[in-house]
Design a protein around this ligand. Structure first.
Ligand code: FAD
Length: 339
């Protein structure tokens, strides 16, 4: 279609894997357009845990999620990707030329030789606790993520959940907040053993108060201002915890959204791909990162990076047919603009 941008590769999703795919494609002389539903790049890293350190990025013993994203964007920048933010890719159709036309909900059209779906958890959102009056306090007293740790300084905070987020934020806010409660319906946490041990130590010191086995039962407050979080045991014994904020960490609900309608082979809400190359059942359409699945898949950023390289190499012959791809290291090739 004539009003469409024309490029080599469209990347659906600007999370860490989508950003690195720009670099990998760029190294193979393929231009990219990147679309994301959020108003910023970085996917889960920027939307859910920008200030959290990540410890398993190779060669970074510790790096905050937002810094990782800055560096990935910087690494992609020499290849001049075009970003289309704040819009969701809705349609994917094959063109008469055998290329792909990608269309967003606000009418952006991109015509490309190949598509890389790097859509993470899809249109993701937090699992919300089933509490009355929840919407009265959402955004003012009830949160599903921490954008700025400092917002909770001197506050009474109730953290609910039994996974890594609950444990990590309890550790991080202990000492900063006036009071930290951790509410979980079981005494056991499903989190990294090292973190659980740190939390136990904070509980022994009195910096964190454990509220187990309890679950959330209600919210008290007025005019959008939270004053207490009510919790109850399975037998219905209830108590109120004085609170300025509730941080509820019950995981993300994965929702493929429009991606489910593109004819891609799916497996339990993920896009099935085959290795090598991360191709889907639809020729020219690839999937990488959290949304992609294959036997042995690990949902880790570092695996998404490798999948981005795989997809770029698989796409190269479609964009540059007949051109031999001599495998080269980045050290011998350099990147555009680099001295
Ligand atoms: P995402 O980061 O999910 O990005 C996908 C993007 O696609 C999103 O921005 C979304 O808006 C966009 N999108 C989806 N559908 C569409 C559409 N139709 N149109 C336009 N845009 C769309 N991993 C680690 O390796 N180490 C860790 O220590 C670690 N800690 C974590 C801590 C927390 C609290 C969380 C929540 C996750 C953690 N992870 C960690 C997991 C890691 O964040 C993910 O593996 C990673 O973000 C996946 O990257 P991605 O690029 O595949 O997808």
């Amino acid at each position: 279609s004539s009003d469409a941008h024309r490029t080599d590769v469209v990347i659906v999703g600007a999370g860490p894997t989508g950003l690195f795919a720009v670099f990998e494609c760029g190294m193979l002389k393929m231009r990219c357009h990147v679309v994301d539903a959020l108003d910023m790049v970085g996917g889960q890293c920027t939307a859910l845990y920008p200030e959290k350190p990540i410890y398993d990025i190779p060669a970074h013993p510790s790096i905050e999620a937002a810094d990782l994203i800055d560096k990935l964007a910087e690494q992609a920048a020499p290849f001049a990707p075009t970003y289309h933010l704040n819009q969701q890719v809705e349609k994917l159709t094959r063109t008469d030329e055998g290329r792909w036309l990608v269309e967003t909900n606000i009418g952006t059209k991109i015509d490309a030789q190949a598509v890389i779906v790097a859509a993470g958890a899809g249109a993701f959102g937090p699992n919300r606790p089933p509490l009355e009056r929840l919407d009265e306090f959402e955004g003012s007293g009830v949160f599903y993520m921490v954008r700025r740790r400092q917002d909770f300084a001197g506050k009474k905070v109730v953290i609910a959940g039994g996974g890594d987020s609950a444990v990590d934020w309890a550790i991080s806010l202990a000492g900063l907040a006036e009071k930290v409660y951790v509410v979980h319906r079981r005494p056991k946490f499903r989190a990294a053993p090292e973190s659980v041990a740190r939390l136990d130590a904070l509980v022994r010191e009195g910096s964190v108060e454990m509220v187990v086995p309890y679950q959330l039962s209600g919210l008290d407050g007025a005019d959008g201002k939270l004053s207490a979080v009510r919790v109850a045991t399975l037998d219905g014994e209830e108590k109120a915890l004085p609170a300025d904020a509730l941080l509820a960490f019950f995981g993300l609900s994965m929702n493929l959204g429009p991606i489910a309608d593109w004819g891609l082979g799916l497996e339990r809400s993920h896009v099935a791909v085959s290795l090598p190359g991360c191709g889907t059942n639809v020729p020219g359409v690839f999937a990488i990162g959290d949304i992609a699945t294959y036997p042995g898949k690990l949902k880790l950023i570092l695996c998404g990076f490798a999948e981005a390289a795989q997809a770029a190499h698989a796409i190269h012959p479609m964009v540059h047919p007949g051109e031999a791809l001599h495998f080269e290291y980045s050290t011998s090739k350099g990147v555009p603009g680099a001295a």
